[in-house]
Design a protein around this ligand. Structure first.
Ligand SMILES: *Cc1c(COP(=O)(O)O)cnc(C)c1O
Length: 482
């Protein structure tokens, strides 16, 4: 397949044409690339349909049950968002159509940017980045360009707290920055003393997640951003999860200069398995000139694409980003409205704190009021019974529910990170908490059962490393022709 090209033939139909050389002559594929024999499964349609229906029914998803994967925000995705994104007028657009033919879509993107500005306090946004990590890369590129403009290229260090999501140091390293890890203190805040000791004229930026991946609000946030600004650096905000603060506080008011938001988390669009995301980046007025081009501007009642941006870092993605995700996020925000979005945050925080109190025996890693998620530690249980967090997570699968995020953040031993989101009712939360307490009890009376879980799933414990390194992706017929 690799060398075949889909091309329009003379009669206008699309078809597969064989590979051709520069002069248009057909070229033969190398012998070693050719199949020696071809085995295709021979099955009736009904067998194929039943096979895939059966596989689909084994798949766990948020429409099937509770999915409290901390930091991933697996909230329910309302079906009205799908209706909005599946409208003919959106589905049939081509990215190369004229601006005048696509005003509806452009207006939606423009309004979405405005709503994000209102929520975060940043005057300007780009919608191009296709995921949170992509937003980080974009935001850091903007900071890098601004530093270069100010002749401050010696600022090549990015400070990152030890509780950060792994994408933060990865994005900084990808751009050649040096990474300095800043420890957290006993209350889960970034250590002010250690931060002040590291912030100097080599600091390009601090990358901070607030609420942090410990599910906690940074109590000294104004001091933190001031320390960095006084040292001449920028503050980058990882806003992947804004679920706790929408309508309550605005990152720009807290001193952040750049922020990415994961529309696919906070604003309820389906994600997972590397599926489509959207990681818009908002910036202060000072950083606006560096945003990726083109940007959307309003001129004479029309929305236009402005490419004339001298200081722009350039494009970070083909065309305009993941438009379908933007439509879903827009529909979500529109259907909840301003007050509804605030209630979303309040409910998400209430649900997480409800779980924190119900599960106080686990116990929480840091016992103070949490934001949209709660991080527990299975360390006392492991010390007492030898049953580890991995075993608890596997045991949950036997009851047909999804495990929380485990072993993250890295600074919490035996971490279990539960993000219930605002879309779950009390019965669901109660049932899940009781199940976790039941497994904890069983770990004491019958630890072997938990250590060998899961017992009822289609496959038991897998060698996950081997499955990732040596995946078996190819169908091979059985020798007996079965
Ligand atoms: C999910 C997440 C990211 C990365 O987002 P992707 O869309 O998966 O690239 C970054 N930071 C935090 C805190 C996250 O939860």
């Amino acid at each position: 397949m690799t060398n075949l090209i889909f091309e329009k033939s003379r009669n206008g139909r699309r078809g597969v044409i064989p590979p051709r050389g520069t002069a248009g002559e057909p070229i033969a594929l190398p012998k070693e690339a050719l199949r020696k024999s071809l085995h295709l499964p021979e099955l009736g349609e009904v067998d194929v349909v039943r096979h895939f229906t059966e596989l689909a029914s084994r798949n766990y998803n948020v429409d099937k049950g509770f999915y409290p994967l901390g930091s991933c925000t697996m909230k329910y995705n309302p079906k009205i968002n799908e209706d909005a994104a599946n409208q003919e007028g959106f589905l049939r657009l081509h990215p190369l159509q004229e601006e005048d033919e696509t005003q509806g879509a452009m207006r939606l993107m423009y309004t979405l940017s405005t709503m994000l500005s209102e929520i975060t306090g940043f005057p300007a946004f780009t919608l191009q980045p296709a995921a949170g990590a992509h937003g980080e890369l974009t935001g850091l590129l903007i900071i890098k360009a601004a530093l270069k403009d100010k002749n401050e290229t010696r600022r090549n260090r990015i400070l990152i707290p030890d509780s950060a999501h792994g994408t933060n140091p990865a994005s900084a390293a990808a751009l050649g920055f040096e990474i300095v890890e800043i420890p957290s203190d006993g209350r889960g805040n970034i250590s002010l003393d250690l931060l002040a000791a590291e912030a100097d004229d080599r600091t390009a930026a601090l990358m901070l997640t607030n609420p942090s991946t410990l599910g906690l609000f940074e109590e000294n946030i104004l001091q933190v951003t001031k320390i960095i600004h006084d040292a001449g650096g920028y503050v980058y905000g990882d806003g992947a999860n804004l679920n706790a603060i929408v309508g309550i506080t605005r990152p720009a008011d807290l001193g952040f200069d750049v922020l990415h938001i994961n529309l696919h988390k906070t604003f309820a669009t389906p994600h997972g398995s590397g599926g489509p995301g959207s990681g818009p980046v908002g910036v202060t007025k000072d950083l606006e000139p560096y945003l990726p081009a083109p940007i959307l501007v309003k001129k004479g009642g029309r929305i236009r694409l402005d490419y004339n941006r001298e200081k722009s870092i350039g494009r970070v993605r083909s065309y305009f980003g993941n438009f379908g995700v933007m439509v879903r996020a827009y529909a979500y925000m529109r259907s909840l409205g301003g007050r509804g979005l605030k209630r979303m945050s309040e409910q998400a925080v209430l649900s997480a704190n409800y779980m924190r109190v119900k599960l106080k025996d686990y116990p929480p890693a840091i016992d103070r009021t949490c934001m949209h998620e709660v991080v527990l530690t299975g360390k006392p249980l492991a010390d007492e019974t030898g049953v580890h967090t991995l075993d608890v997570a596997k045991s949950l699968l036997d009851y047909g529910v999804h495990a929380p995020t485990i072993y993250f953040p890295l600074i919490v031993p035996e971490a279990l990170m539960i993000e219930p989101t605002e879309t779950e009712n009390k019965d669901t939360l109660d049932a899940y908490a009781e199940l976790l307490l039941k497994i904890r009890q069983e770990a004491k009376t019958n630890p072997e059962k938990i250590k060998t879980a899961p017992h009822n799933t289609p496959v038991r414990r897998l060698n996950e490393t081997q499955a990732a390194r040596n995946p078996v992706l190819r169908w091979t017929p059985k020798k007996n022709g079965g």
